[in-house]
Ligand binder design. Sequence first.
Ligand SMILES: NC(=O)c1ccc[n+]([C@@H]2O[C@H](COP(=O)([O-])OP(=O)(O)OC[C@H]3O[C@@H](n4cnc5c(N)ncnc54)[C@H](OP(=O)(O)O)[C@@H]3O)[C@@H](O)[C@H]2O)c1
Length: 338
Amino acid sequence: MKTRKLGTLEVSAIGLGCMGFTHGYGTCPDEAESIRLIRKAYDEGCTFFDTAEIYSCYKNEELVGKALKPFRHEITISTKFSPVTLPGQENPEGKLSRTGIRQAVEGSLRRLQTDYIDLYLEHRVPQESDPAEVAYWMGELIKEGKIRAWGQSEPTLGQLKAAHAVTPVAAVQSEYSLMERKWEADVIPYCKAEGIGFVAYSPMAGGFLSGKYRNANVFTGDDVRRVITRYSEKNMRANQVLLDLINRYAGEKHCTAAQISLAWTMHPGHIVPIPGMRSDSRILENLGAAGVSITDEEYAAMNEALSRITIHGNRTDEDIAKLGTIEGRQQTVAKAER
Ligand SMILES: NC(=O)c1ccc[n+]([C@@H]2O[C@H](COP(=O)([O-])OP(=O)(O)OC[C@H]3O[C@@H](n4cnc5c(N)ncnc54)[C@H](OP(=O)(O)O)[C@@H]3O)[C@@H](O)[C@H]2O)c1
């Protein structure tokens, strides 16, 4: 597997997003199967694994820690601290204070069964917060060896610059795919110029870009695709034109639509996608995208074609929050987490 730099860290060119093993995409595999799949990804060359304290309220980190323990020193773990207070983190100074962050990092270290976190990310940068102050606390944690590097998720360019000036940012983790390109305007070029890695979450747009999802009515339980508007029947039909373009290139290059989508994402050189994948075949297919290269001419031609395509629907935190109020979620979540 080819590798890429995220600041000072070196990771496999494609990482594994571990969220879906406990949350977010409907029924989850049980713990033994999840551990087997995470280890399978490692056996296939993946050395970069992403989790967060908020995923299933700590359970995802516990699972990931267990799965990665046998080869912890051969891999890079990225986890994220939420700006909101989670159960057991009540603190009068607030979550993004020095004590709030210290409490969070100790919890993540314990659950991940490790004494250092490779990449520690602020999981959203609230508008009213001071990115420079958080960056300063991150600098302290780096000096103490509790974390090796740090970054932000979904920062604006201003928030990223303010933080980077205090403690260099190794990576930004934000949504990026053929369906979501807003960061191309500023954050992605800034990262490239500054030697900051860009980790693309939801690089398959929740699977849509694989071309394997045709029907919006199959999603149940805590599956975010029930509320992401790209997955409404109408928008899925309207977005077929994007799949037609991807399929054309997949046909020409003798690979799959999923692989073209990931290869396009990686083309700029400093971007590392972290698809979620919960079957042997998807692990092989998606990691196989590291071997698919798109030439500069093909990339330019794809982008030219993309400029004439309108994407219908989007994926917003506000829509995802609505999932908590949809009937049928609790039952499936409870079943999945047993
Ligand atoms: N920073 C943030 O705010 C943030 C937000 C969201 C996610 N993340 C991180 O990013 C990771 C990836 O995000 P995501 O899970 O939304 O990514 P994604 O890869 O865009 O979507 C995952 C979904 O796509 C399906 N899929 C992936 N590859 C496929 C293929 N080749 N063929 C068919 N279906 C395929 C998966 O199927 P199966 O899993 O069912 O196999 C899963 O249902 C998460 O796990 C998490 O670690 C971060």
